[in-house]
Design a protein around this ligand. Structure first.
Ligand code: C5P
Length: 215
């Protein structure tokens, strides 16, 4: 059996982790899971079902969840992002989601050389023993500006200040929650993307990874 390459990434909102995870997955042929999309999927379920939303419904929906369901464009909205950071505080919801993530991390489809997951508790909970652990960050203003530009292409009405406020609110929720708070583990490598282009950031990561692996 070949040794799987496992990459765990944590980051606050809009720091560029998703972009880097995609580049890593493409370069090393790894299965990619954007774990935030699962919390966003549950947030949408909550908004849609209102009073009928409960743990049983979440369990049922996660059981039949396919990666393609996570490509739903509506999951990108600001409203869903904030709701996601609220449902993500609930330990019972996190437990339901964890099994799905662990399966993706440790049993990716055979055609891949391993997996890369990004989120908030990947280095600290989901893939504690990953071969590579990164904590990707950037200043809050840089993150807000990047997310504003991305959201602006879907929603013309959104303002930079709305996005900045929402990112600060999510940071507060994610760093301070009781269960699985966002934190940089001691064994994670810090990558600050504030003054880096996507390419230079990827090269920095690739440089670190290539020292340990040969494909
Ligand atoms: O990464 P993204 O911004 O899509 O994540 C949405 C929300 O989902 C985050 O603000 C966070 O509250 C939650 N999340 C989490 N644990 C993860 C991934 C995301 O709590 N592993």
């Amino acid at each position: 059996m070949k040794n799987l390459i496992q990459v765990a990434i944590d980051s606050p909102a809009a720091a560029g982790a998703g972009t880097q995870a995609k580049l890593i997955s493409k370069h090393y042929k790894l299965f990619y899971l954007d774990t935030g999309k699962i919390y966003r999927f549950i947030a949408k379920l909550k908004i849609k079902n209102k009073k009928k939303f409960n743990y049983l419904l979440v369990k049922k929906e996660i059981k039949k969840l396919k990666i393609s369901n996570l490509n739903d464009k509506s999951l990108i909205s600001n409203k869903i992002a904030i709701e996601a950071s609220i449902v993500a505080k609930d330990p019972k919801i996190r437990k339901i989601v964890n099994n799905f993530q662990i399966k993706c991390a440790y049993h990716p489809p055979k055609k891949f050389n391993g997996s890369v997951l990004d989120g908030r508790d990947i280095t600290s909970v989901i893939m504690k023993d990953a071969m590579f652990k990164f904590f990707i960050t950037a200043t809050v203003k840089t993150r807000a500006l990047r997310r504003f530009k991305e959201l602006r292409s879907y929603n013309r009405k959104i303002s930079y200040n709305d996005v900045l406020k929402s990112i600060k609110k999510r940071d507060k929720n994610d760093y301070n929650r009781k269960y699985s708070p966002l934190k940089k583990t001691r064994d994670s490598i810090l990558i600050n993307t504030t003054n880096l282009t996507k390419r230079s950031c990827f090269l920095k990561i690739k440089n670190i990874m290539d020292k340990k692996i040969k494909i």
